[in-house]
Design a protein around this ligand. Sequence first.
Ligand code: UDP
Length: 405
Amino acid sequence: MKGIKLSDYEETAGSAVIEEIMALGERLRGYSILHINSTAVGGGVVEILHSLVPLMREAGLDAAWSVLKGTAEFFHVTKLFHNGLHGQPVSITGEMLKAYSEVTHNNREIIAGDAHCIVLHDQQPLGLTAYRGDTKSRWLWYCHIDPRFAVKEVWYVLAPRAAVCDAAILHLPEYARDLPVLQYFMPPSIDPLSEKNREVTPEEYSSVLNKLGIDPEGPPVILQVSRFDRLKDPVGVVEAFRLVREIRDCRLILAGGSADDDPEGASVLAEVLALTENDPDIKVLSLTPDADLEINVLQRRADVIIQKSFREGFGLTATEALWKGKPTVATPTGGLKHQVIDGVTGLSARTTGEAAAQIERFLAQPELGRRLGGAGREYVRQRYILPVYLLNWLRLLNLLEGQRR
Ligand code: UDP
């Protein structure tokens, strides 16, 4: 992100978007906004904040980002909240809530400073609402998960905390929930100029593939990029791939790392490695959090990109795939359903068998892949790129602050 200016996005986003950003930013000049999450590395929220915060500053806001410091026990609890929000049965004990409150208490200094607006990203920092009385700030809860299927054990813990905020932001209108606060809907975005998404040179392309031990030629590559998380169904991806391979020579790459606030990554990775050992056509890449260029090149190398999640708040990996014009297959769930539109920007698959069939369709019909991939890129350009996202943020803040300023 270093050295990238708002004007650099003009070519991609169009001048009207940049002009509106400058005009709305001017109205909010000096407005301080503090984003709080719980990890500096890994996952979609980090991806967003890395790019958004510097651009908010350029637009005139006094934007900051603080990371709550958790313990292993805290992250265990917040991962249970995460799974419960996604609808998995979980049991939350009094001890767990105590660990959550203790870490929250130890982090309460984060909110000192009276920013005009404090944004709590996801469930980890939501406990800080207990200290709202100590600030003059406006508080927003930004839920990056699809909460519709949240189990009550988790919803009844989180909802009262969210209710202390002025408003909640959810990715999609259908995610609206029974909260006694205003709810806004704002999907996230990818940064087209970041290491993860920018164009790469032929030298970078070859050198990264060489480093990762991937043949730039050879049989088609099917790819899923995701944290090693059961909700991303890596096992289902392996099974779908093996069905495709019965009829066609191809390879599978599962690329992912972990996030500091996700303690389950290591065990899921171990499961996937056990399932795929001795299979010469499957490569499991455990990436470091800074492997953005690697992910970029892998996505560009792929012939078909799959996102076989059971649940997905939005699914930025699909956004990244579509932005690169790739034939993309995804489960029609959460944000994936809005991005990978069957027969328009990609192909949908509900089951492992369907995923295999859709991958095979793309491999058998390269022209179909080119057409849907091209439509996918344009679809993302209009809706899910960083300047559009920044504009949505500025519109929301202007709306919220309108009467006050
Ligand atoms: N990601 C990454 N390294 C990995 C796995 C994922 O940088 O090993 C990135 C991925 O490219 C995407 C984000 O993390 O930008 C994941 O966002 P998404 O919304 O797909 O899922 P989440 O991890 O937030 O559930």
